[in-house]
Design a protein around this ligand. Sequence first.
Ligand SMILES: O=C(O)CCC(=O)C(=O)O
Length: 191
Amino acid sequence: MSEQLGFFAASSPEPEGLRYAAEFVSLDTERELIARVAALPLQPFQFGQYEGKRRVASFGFRYDYGLRRLQDADPIPHWLSPIIGQVEAFGGPPTHIAQVLCTEYDTGVGIGWHRDKPHFGRVFGLSLGSACKFRFRRPAGEKWQRFTLDAAPRSLYMMSGPSREAWEHSIPAVEQPRYSITFRTMAEPKR
Ligand SMILES: O=C(O)CCC(=O)C(=O)O
């Protein structure tokens, strides 16, 4: 766990494999990335026959909930290259980002409890525009063990190991518009 994560944690114990970096990008970069994401042809998140309220654009791959498999998506745009370089450096070698999801949350929109699809490996999330409560839970007997990360704008989180595989995560309705860019590696083949 990073020292910064301990500082921002609202409850404990924190999920193993979770790392957090405050001020991962500058205010100028945040403004630029928000403008880029807002200009994308964002579409309501499709969950089989259901539509989520958040609006998204996938690059590299997208998970099709109807077909239950990964599909190719548009290539990752060049404007994301510098930030991907930064994320890969944060992850350390041999981090290779293969999938990117850009998301827009309007005020009052969140994301329900889930774990990311097993096709993906580590998950990195850049928060832009406003803060959110990034909640974690995992079963503990008949109850849930819970943890909340206050994800500040311009911060990056990384989920790996148990924080990614054993804990679910969710974001309650945001109080101000929020954008996020999620960067994913592919899962390593099982031996
Ligand atoms: O917006 C975020 O930081 C999280 C997004 C997320 O959990 C997802 O798209 O699966």
